[in-house]
Design a protein around this ligand. Structure first.
Ligand code: FES
Ligand code: FES
Length: 195
């Protein structure tokens, strides 16, 4: 296919113009088709809150939410994320900059040391809390029969569900406490909403 000029940018068979919906804002940009979502975020859009650790899907530092599901952005092509709802750490706080309860829990309970893994940990924790509240089992769930009802989000459950997010500082004890604290907060909020 011959190169085409789109908005002053030459686009060829190996590049595309994509529209990424990030934190509620649309960004249209030309990308090489091989560009990962991680590189598009960091290198093209200056959204450097999402971190690059291993760049091969093994550390979780680049975790973002795509349509509410955890995704390692280093293994996702930007072109495959077109028109999907992407949430990065920059979109987690409230509109006036107030911290999300998960962020507050990480701060209050020292769920980090150097902080490099923290954006990925927080994005992952957001999904963990939702997945657990929705009744999704994990490999650590003892009884997965529907009649057993919701299982508690124990430290063992949190460790299993967060196991894709590595922390080189070894802040795991505090991270587990922070996720448990935020999950309890979310459960209380849900009860108040029902009552
Ligand atoms: S940078 Fe993506 S999983 Fe490590
Ligand atoms: S806080 Fe340093 S890598 Fe996790």
């Amino acid at each position: 296919m011959p190169p085409a000029d789109i908005g002053g940018t030459t686009v060829s068979a190996t590049s595309s113009v994509v529209t990424l919906n990030i934190n509620g804002e649309k960004h249209t940009l030309p990308v090489d088709n091989r560009t990962t979502l991680l590189d598009a975020l960091r290198e093209r859009l200056d959204l450097t809150g999402t971190k690059k650790g291993c760049d091969q899907g093994q550390c979780g530092a680049c975790t973002v939410l795509v349509d509410g599901r955890r995704t390692v952005a280093c293994l996702q092509l930007a072109v495959a994320a077109e028109n999907r709802e992407i949430t990065t750490i920059e979109g987690v706080a409230g509109p006036d900059g107030e911290l999300h309860p998960v962020q507050e829990a990480f701060v209050e309970l020292d769920g980090y040391q150097c902080g490099y893994c923290t954006p990925g940990q927080i994005c992952s924790a957001l999904a963990v809390i939702e997945e657990h509240a929705a009744g999704w089992p994990s490999a650590a769930t003892g009884d997965v029969r529907p009649e057993a009802g919701p299982q508690p989000l124990t430290p063992e459950e949190i460790r299993e569900r967060m196991s894709g997010n590595l922390c080189r500082c070894g802040a795991y004890v505090s991270i587990v406490q922070a996720v448990a604290h935020a999950a309890a907060h979310a459960a209380d909020d849900a009860k108040e909403t029902v009552a």
